[in-house]
Write a protein that binds this ligand. Structure first.
Ligand code: ZN
Length: 506
């Protein structure tokens, strides 16, 4: 049964499931971390300013030792959205970065060539990834690269995996999982072939000869993989073992099926034995602890409603002033977003953050700080994909997964959506079920990365009721914000969320 579920879920992990597990483990890890270092959350916040950015992000990430890097270009001629993992280990970092650079160069080259043939060519490059932790502390990162060069082009999807032991900084490969043993490789090959033949989604798409060739017992064939506590998952290139299916074939083998072949580090803990050792009383204690941890969730919800009451009561006093809604996209970022939150607090300003679900998964703490400070939490998809170029299933997943993780982290419902690149069509419009919020003042902060220029654009374009677009992943944006807020405040503007703006204008 377990195996079937893995097969069906393709590249997309069932986020409600994994986030729940991640949050539970995180709270445990975080508790251990705090007691070991004698830190409190607020102490480590104060320290972030003096410590190096890498260390800061390491502490804040949901995945210890890993940060998520997001690069977006809203350039209409060559848009891209790229996300990749980085650690504190330079060899792993350059391995990933080299691949990213190579893909980006390939994309821009192809686009340039295609433009020479047809000036109207538009491209799109999207790299996103999944983080799959293993009980041993090792990580598998599965990078999914999709590129296309016209609206009718179905595009190409490429999957590459990277693997890190965050303690040693060493990468591991499929050989390490099987101790470089050719007999074990032979067994693996047979297991994978059996899974392929059982896979319903591949029925009628398999080419026997190719399937055998690409699953031959050669390490190369199994280089793209991820290892979790439940399964060993393999990612094959598009049109290799199967044809005319959506995306690259993904084959999961249950850990139970391969456990005898795995190196000690990756062998599953024998669950039955540990259950036997734990006596009844201890088992109950653990169960009670879990309940206590869970019961802390509703208490933060009550804090939310308090915050909302406070903001509502302050509204009437300020209604004569002009209003502007500041919006920040593509975050959260542990350093930049936190600096922005501090600046907003200084000016008693409320703003709206349109966040990527993939980053919320990494940095839940900062999202809670945002919510507690009374800012509005908005949905900006999971991977920053151009939704007008995706099928309905993908569009739904991009939006639903993101709302789900924001709600899971904060207990607050998401009530605003901003499509990446501002790209909407009727299909996207009908599917969101949320108000679609665009903007009228584009600071182009992502393009110029110039703190002073943001104020200049705002001065020239702002009016009562404006929605200003900025991005909380660029240091220059955080650095330029104070001047923008000072200027607008002196001009008689109050800073409200998009929801408040909509309520007062209607
Ligand atoms: Zn964006």
């Amino acid at each position: 049964m377990k195996r079937k579920r893995h097969k069906a879920r393709s590249v997309w992990i069932d986020i409600t499931f994994s986030a729940a597990i991640v949050l539970l483990t995180l709270s445990a890890i975080f508790l251990v971390f705090m007691t070991e270092n004698g830190h409190t959350a607020s102490q480590s916040e104060k320290e972030t300013k003096s410590s190096s950015p890498l260390e800061t992000e390491q502490i804040d990430s949901n995945y210890p030792g890993i940060k998520i890097v997001t690069k977006t270009s809203n350039d209409k001629n060559a848009p891209f959205a790229i996300q990749y993992p980085q650690s504190i280990h330079s060899s792993f970092n350059s391995e990933v970065k080299n691949y990213i650079d190579e893909v980006q160069v390939r994309y821009l080259d192809t686009l340039t060539k295609k433009k020479q043939q047809d000036k109207k060519t538009t491209g799109e490059l999207n790299i996103s990834y999944e983080t799959l932790p293993h009980a041993s502390g090792n990580y598998s990162f599965v990078l999914v690269t999709s590129s296309r060069y016209s609206d009718t082009d179905t595009g190409k999807t490429e999957i590459r995996s990277f693997h890190l032991n965050p303690e040693t900084g060493e990468s591991f490969t499929i050989r390490d999982l099987f101790e470089d043993d050719s007999d074990r490789l032979q067994s693996l090959s047979s297991l994978v072939r059996a899974e392929i033949l059982k896979d319903e989604s591949l029925k009628g798409h398999l080419i026997q000869k190719d399937m055998e060739r690409f699953t031959e017992p050669r390490w190369m064939n199994y280089r793209n993989f991820s290892v979790t506590d439940d399964a060993l998952i393999f990612y094959f290139d598009e049109n290799t073992i199967a044809n005319n299916i959506v995306g690259p074939p993904i084959i999961a083998v249950s850990i139970d099926a391969v456990k005898e072949l795995l190196a000690t580090t990756f062998k599953p803990e024998d669950k039955e034995e540990t259950v036997d050792i734990v006596d009844k009383d201890k088992g109950e204690e653990i169960a009670e602890e879990n309940i206590e941890e869970n019961s802390t969730v509703p208490s933060s919800e009550t804090e939310v409603s308090k915050e909302n009451d406070e903001t509502e009561t302050t509204l009437p006093e300020t209604s004569l002033r002009k209003k502007v809604a500041l919006t920040f996209d593509d975050g959260p970022d542990p350093k930049v977003t936190r600096q922005i939150l501090n600046t907003l607090q200084k000016h008693d300003a409320k703003a709206t953050f349109f966040m990527l679900g993939s980053r919320v998964e990494y940095y839940p703490d900062i999202v809670n700080e945002m919510m507690e400070a009374g800012h509005e939490l908005g949905n900006h998809t999971w991977t920053h994909a151009d939704l007008t170029k995706l099928g309905p299933d993908r569009v739904a997943k991009e939006i639903e997964k993101t709302s789900a993780i924001i709600e899971e982290v904060t207990g607050q419902k998401v009530e605003a959506f901003r499509p990446p690149y501002g790209a909407v069509n009727d299909a996207v419009h009908n599917m969101t079920g949320l108000p679609i919020i665009l903007w009228d003042v584009d600071t182009l902060d992502w393009k110029y990365r110039d703190s002073a220029r943001i104020l200049q654009v705002v001065k020239e374009n702002v009016k009562d009721g404006s929605i200003i677009l900025m991005h909380d992943i660029h240091q220059s944006t955080a650095d330029g914000l104070d001047a923008v807020l000072t200027y607008l405040s002196n001009e008689g503007y109050d800073f409200v969320t998009v929801k408040e703006l909509e309520e007062t204008s209607s």
